[in-house]
Design a protein around this ligand. Structure first.
Ligand code: C2E
Ligand code: CA
Ligand code: CA
Length: 607
């Protein structure tokens, strides 16, 4: 095959050295930066750093970056053919080798990767073999020239220089600047050493006039940012967030807990909840604004939870878990970016714990009630279906609403039991009406994300179809928009199975979160449920709302979906939606969620 020489990579060296001088942070981070840089610029399939291994004819891969851009520190030992090693040893005949899968056997991958070219660059210092840099690229009929090789050699020198610095640090002083203690990507402490340090410091810092703020922060829908903007941008975001965390005033220490979760410990004088919340909110907004520039038009938002250590006997792990509880609350409340943990939350935690314990009894004693909210056809304003929504009735007759227990049940898995109860009730209700020859409309049921962790739900649904013998046309499931983001594969599996059975599936809460438009075109859903937030609790729709709604409805229609609008509270909204081409309306205007008996009555009026 004809090959064009040259990867044209001479400019790489200049840029890489610039990159190096710009950020002279941790050696491990520099190694990562350089490798990412090479990988991106040369469109590499893989880049690996090999270091000498004890075993004969072997090297140890210590760093690897595949084209998913996730750095891995490995200790994988690779054994090469003896002649390969011999030729690469000092005194061997060459200091680099090119393996072309078309004509050679790659010593690392074997023969499998046809269409790949690997370059091995040897690193030798003072007659000692110190390692190899392996670059794997997809052969697009380009081939490195001698000149390219000399550039790559120079880059390899830079890399191994950093490796030497890093190794020296590690072996030598036992400095805290060690990869064992430091997070590779952000340069911050790892969780364990962070907790250790804070535990040591609490009794010294905390007294009547001084506290420690434990601040847990994450990036809202980081996963989606990662997917939409690419892992490189995602990494950059994390690195910058790490830098921001490290530069907070009066910081004691910061760590990256996992993924996009950062924890900071800050010294404060006379801690005051409101003042601290305001400060965190302000800082989050400023930081988000400056990160915005990195990711372009994707919306960045931080969620923070705060716990203030006021007691010198407090331990760091508990403080972190309280701050984390508060952070989760910040995620739930729309528009709230920081929540300070309060005694009241301990009360709430206790209450939800109590509800958890009571759940089995509540099911047995029928304290859980399924309510039905009508869905109305835009065409003739007649009943066309309903959504099943759970309510918990206290002994005194009052109701506990789902927002008070569903989030907790989702996190501890109780939601599965609860949903199964709802599904059973709905099937029973439909069967009962069928038996009595009464009007039956399709009922939709909510599916928690927890169901997608295994296939139980599919078996349970089969079981209900067998038990009640209800036609599939009366059954519909709702999956919220966010489920698809986090669990696309299992969600697709679930939907496909429903499709086969003739059960409709809807995308719930569309537009409330970070809908990815390319996502909705790829998922075979039947119904697009536009979130109630667009209706602003019955307020008059302004021009912008109308533009957005018109377009979202058109999008759904173009994708051949049934479009439903939720949260509709006024006649004016109904008329607008009809005009815009919406198919179905659900909302207080036509009916609130109501007990089974009331819904039965509602249906009899419609029949
Ligand atoms: P959702 O699935 O988005 O349900 C719609 C929510 O909007 C319901 O709140 C409903 O009462 C409320 N709503 C309906 N029409 C209007 C309106 O015109 N104006 C306003 N302001 N609100 C309206 P609800 O019943 O409190 O449920 C809240 C959430 O809890 C549900 O949101 C759903 O995500 C979850 N949920 C409820 N029941 C279940 C269940 O059985 N299983 C699961 N997994 N989740 C459930
Ligand atoms: Ca729903
Ligand atoms: Ca909804």
């Amino acid at each position: 095959m004809e090959r064009t020489e040259s990867l044209s990579c001479s400019w790489l060296l200049v840029d890489a050295s610039k990159e190096l001088t710009r950020k002279s942070t941790l050696p491990s981070e520099t190694i990562h930066t350089l490798m990412t840089y090479l990988s991106d610029s040369l469109h590499l399939v893989a880049i690996r750093l090999h270091q000498p291994a004890v075993r004969e004819n072997s090297t140890q891969v210590t760093y690897e970056l595949l084209n998913d851009n996730i750095p891995r520190r490995l200790n994988q030992v690779i054994t090469f053919p003896a002649d390969f090693v011999k030729s690469m040893r000092p005194g061997g005949d060459r200091d680099y080798l090119i393996y072309d899968s078309e004509s050679d056997v790659n010593p690392v991958q074997g023969e499998i990767n046809v269409g790949y070219v690997s370059i091995f660059l040897r690193h030798v210092e003072e007659g000692e073999f110190l390692g190899l840099l392996e670059l794997v690229f997809k052969d697009e009929n380009r081939y490195p020239s001698e000149r390219d090789i000399s550039v790559l050699q120079a880059l390899k020198e830079l890399l191994f220089e950093q490796v030497a610095v890093f190794e020296k640090k590690r072996r030598g002083t036992g400095d805290v600047e060690d990869d064992e203690v430091l997070d590779y990507l952000s340069g911050l402490h790892r969780y364990e050493s962070f907790v250790e340090k804070i535990d040591r410091i609490i009794p010294d810092v905390v007294d009547e006039n001084h506290g420690i703020v434990i601040l847990c922060t994450d990036i809202n829908h980081f996963k989606l940012v990662n997917e939409n903007m690419g892992y490189k941008k995602g990494d950059e975001l994390l690195r910058l967030s790490g830098q921001m965390a490290a530069s907070i005033e009066n910081l004691i220490d910061a760590c990256r807990y996992y993924s996009d979760n950062f924890i900071m410990a800050i010294r404060v004088e006379n801690p005051d909840d409101d003042r601290i919340r305001a400060r965190v909110e302000g800082e989050n907004q400023r930081n988000a604004a400056s990160l915005q520039k990195v990711v372009g038009d994707s919306q960045i938002r931080f969620n923070s939870g705060v716990y203030i250590i006021r007691n010198p006997k407090m331990d760091a792990a508990s403080a972190i878990s309280y701050a984390n509880t508060a952070r989760k609350q910040a995620k739930v409340f729309k528009g709230v970016h920081c929540v300070v943990f309060t005694e009241k939350m301990i009360e709430e935690l206790r209450r939800s714990e109590q509800l958890n314990n009571e759940l089995p009894n509540a099911i047995k004693n029928r304290n859980l009630k399924v309510f039905y909210q009508p869905k109305i056809s835009c065409e003739n304003e007649r009943l066309i279906g309903a959504e099943a929504l759970i309510r918990w009735q206290r002994d005194d007759g009052s109701f506990i609403y789902p927002d008070q227990f569903i989030p907790e049940f989702e996190s501890n898995g109780n939601i599965i039991q609860l949903d199964y109860f709802v599904y059973d009730e709905v099937f029973r209700f439909i069967r009962n009406r069928l038996d009595r020859g009464l009007l039956v409309v399709p009922i939709s049921m909510n599916v928690s994300r927890r169901h997608l962790e295994n296939e139980d739900i599919l078996f349970y649904i089969d079981h209900l179809f067998n038990k009640y013998d209800v036609p599939a046309e009366f059954i519909e499931f709702e999956l919220t928009e966010n489920i698809y983001i986090d669990n696309i594969e299992p969600a697709l599996h679930f939907i496909t199975r429903c499709n086969h059975r003739g059960i409709k599936v809807s995308m719930d809460d569309f537009g409330s979160g970070y809908s990815s438009l390319n996502m909705i075109s790829e998922i075979p859903i039947d119904v697009l449920k536009i979130d109630g937030v667009f209706m602003h609790r019955g307020k008059t729709l302004n021009h912008n709302d109308k533009v957005v709604l018109n377009n979202v409805i058109r999008l759904g229609k173009d994708l051949k979906m049934i479009v439903l609008c939720e949260g509709v509270e006024t006649r004016e909204q109904v008329d607008f939606l009809k005009e815009a081409g919406c198919d179905i309306i659900q909302g207080y205007f036509f009916g609130k969620p109501m007990p089974e008996s009331d819904f039965t009555e509602f249906m009899s009026k419609d029949a």
